[in-house]
Design a protein around this ligand. Structure first.
Ligand code: HEM
Length: 103
């Protein structure tokens, strides 16, 4: 009999044993030595780990750098809910209006 055991990154990354105060937005938790090995696994692990990991990291880093340094965000739905299916997503796709920092 084959048993499949799915894991949900959103849940294991909120384990307070490894991520103190998990609901708090705290990017500094990844500074220094960061989380213990094999506890933060958004790209999976082992031989079937996501092959897009390095591409995705660079892509997101460049995207976020430009977003933050060049634009101010205005959320069009201020209190937009998060839905879980099972990963968390903004209920309406996080519509925003971007305002350039340049006049
Ligand atoms: C933020 C972006 C991404 C996240 C969070 C992500 C996450 C994951 C996760 C969790 C897995 C399963 C790993 C496991 O079973 O241990 C996976 C597998 C995979 N990902 Fe990604 N991924 C991302 C982007 C990408 C990109 C950009 C590509 C391709 C260009 C890609 C291609 C793949 C492929 C082909 C697999 C299957 C690997 C296998 O089964 O051997 N992913 N990804």
């Amino acid at each position: 009999m084959e048993v499949k055991l799915p894991w949900i990154a959103n849940v294991i990354h909120k384990n307070p044993d490894y991520f103190p105060n998990p609901e708090k937005f705290g990017p500094s938790r990844f500074q220094g030595s960061g989380p213990l090995p094999h506890t933060f696994v958004p790209f999976g692990g082992g031989p079937r780990m996501c092959p897009g990991v390095e591409y995705s990291r660079v892509f997101i880093l460049v995207f976020m750098h430009n977003e933050v340094t060049k634009f101010r965000w205005e959320k069009l739905i201020p209190n937009e809910k998060v839905k879980y299916d099972p990963m968390p997503r903004p209920a309406y796709g996080l519509p925003i209006r971007l305002h350039s920092h340049k006049p």
